[in-house]
Write a protein that binds this ligand. Structure first.
Ligand code: HAM
Length: 419
């Protein structure tokens, strides 16, 4: 027997109400904030991801699904959503549009990770990207959107963590100071951190090993090494967030796992801490579009994992609206009536009434049991007698009351009963 590949899952019908709920909120909020939907391909050139996310990151080093197609092209399944949006921005000359260009997506992401609760090899992300503006007010707007999204879903007890990791001008000095600090503590570090010290020192700060956390706690802070422009940006952003009443915490150990970030980085976490608990995160990536060959274009965005949101909705006991289901069941007795039932079901659907029609050769009793199991509010029954008189039987499934009425009356009754 085949099974879904490790780290992937089927989203079964009983789960779909959660997905619809989360996706609807996302779409509604994006419309409120002026974002337009973009869908990009499921795979891109390998180079787009390795260049954007960064060669020294876990995603590029260990997690990408890369393959050669029959034409010899090196392709990678979508490993994150930001680089494809930047590629599309450049490819379609979106710098000619009024800036910032605000785009959102809901798309599957593929990363070869060690699967566990909240961490999968295929997961879905809802993400937003605002491209073409460097104002800190835009950072505040994106963070506000992210925060309002989780709150409007009914999630509570969340933490909003914020940091600034500087820019091309000020980061080198910070990295040098960080490296020299960590070099003095090298014997206390885990094996991964010894490699990070050489390859990606910023990532030392978010190591989850207890012995490394103690070192990270006393490490130099990026916010103490910001150039005047980054300092001003960070201070104005904090001012806006305070004015918006967003309860952020500055966390100097917040650095994120992708290399393209500049200045603002942020994450939203639920109460239970842990590597795979982060609900969403994002930040500025002012150099990414120019690194991909465009003119300098500042930008900021965020993304969140749909599965993690749903896990937290369930954990916090948030109930979601049930998906609409047909409330009318059309039953029949006899062959001639079956043909009439097919026609009647179609007629009801044409006027917008959703219907389940009985199929097969079940007895009327079995058909009504089926209607009951499907939680239909009404059954419409057609038999030989009804065909002769041009009428049908309408049965109220809750009370078992039945009445014989014309099809015109039936349409009126169902329309007013079902709204
Ligand atoms: P990321 O932090 O890699 O950022 O992913 C964003 C969110 O996707 C995470 O906070 C988490 O909720 C979810 N997520 C990530 N990996 C997994 C996984 N293996 N299984 C389940 N959920 C996962 C980005 O991808 C950036 N592109 C975000 C961004 C947009 N930055 C600027 N714009």
């Amino acid at each position: 027997m085949y099974r879904a590949p490790r780290g992937t899952s089927d989203i079964l019908p009983q789960e779909q109400a959660y997905w619809r709920y989360v996706e609807h909120r996302a779409v509604r909020l994006c419309e409120l904030y002026g974002y337009q939907r973009i869908d990009t391909p499921a795979f891109e050139d390998l180079g787009l991801f390795s260049r954007s996310i960064g060669e020294g990151t876990d995603i590029v080093e260990k997690e990408m699904y890369t393959f050669e197609d029959k034409g010899g092209n090196q392709l990678t399944l979508r490993a994150e959503g930001t680089a494809p949006v930047c590629r599309a921005y450049l490819e379609h000359g979106m710098h000619n549009l009024p800036q910032p260009v605000k785009l959102y997506y809901v798309a599957p992401i593929f990363r070869y990770e060690r699967p566990q609760a909240g961490r999968y090899r295929e997961h879905y992300q809802f993400g937003c990207e605002a491209l073409g503006d460097s104002a800190p007010a835009l950072d505040a707007e994106v963070i506000d959107l992210a925060w309002q999204f989780f709150i409007s879903l009914g999630l509570r007890r969340l933490t909003l963590k914020l940091n600034s990791i500087g820019c091309r001008q000020c980061r080198p000095e910070y990295l040098a100071t960080l490296k020299s600090y960590y070099s003095g503590h090298i014997q206390k570090l885990c094996r991964d951190c010894k490699t990070r010290l050489k390859r990606n020192p910023l990532r030392l700060l978010d190591c989850k090993q207890p012995q490394c956390q103690a070192v990270a706690d006393s490490a130099p802070k990026s916010s103490d090494y910001l150039c005047p422009d980054c300092e001003e940006h960070f201070s104005r952003l904090r001012g806006y967030l305070e004015r918006l009443g967003l309860p952020f915490e500055v966390s100097h150990r917040l650095v994120r796992g992708l290399d393209y970030y500049t200045r603002t980085v942020f994450e939203i976490q639920p109460e239970s801490e842990g590597a795979q608990s982060t609900l969403g995160g994002g930040g500025r990536y002012d150099d990414l579009i120019s690194e991909l060959g465009g003119r300098p274009t500042p930008a900021i965005g965020f993304a969140t994992g749909m599965e993690r949101i749903i896990l937290n909705l369930k954990k916090q006991g948030v109930t979601v609206p049930a998906l609409p289901r047909p409330r009318v069941f059309v039953a029949y007795v006899g062959d001639e009536a079956r043909d009439e039932a097919v026609k009647l079901a179609a007629r009801l659907r044409r006027v917008g009434i959703s219907v389940i029609g009985a199929v097969g050769d079940k007895s009327l009793k079995a058909q009504l049991r089926q209607a009951n199991n499907l939680a239909a509010s009404y059954a419409v029954i057609i038999g030989d007698e009804e065909i002769k008189t041009g009428k049908v039987v309408l049965r109220d499934m809750a009370t078992s009351e039945q009445e014989t009425i014309t099809v015109t009356q039936l349409l009126e009754r169902l329309r007013s009963a079902l709204g």
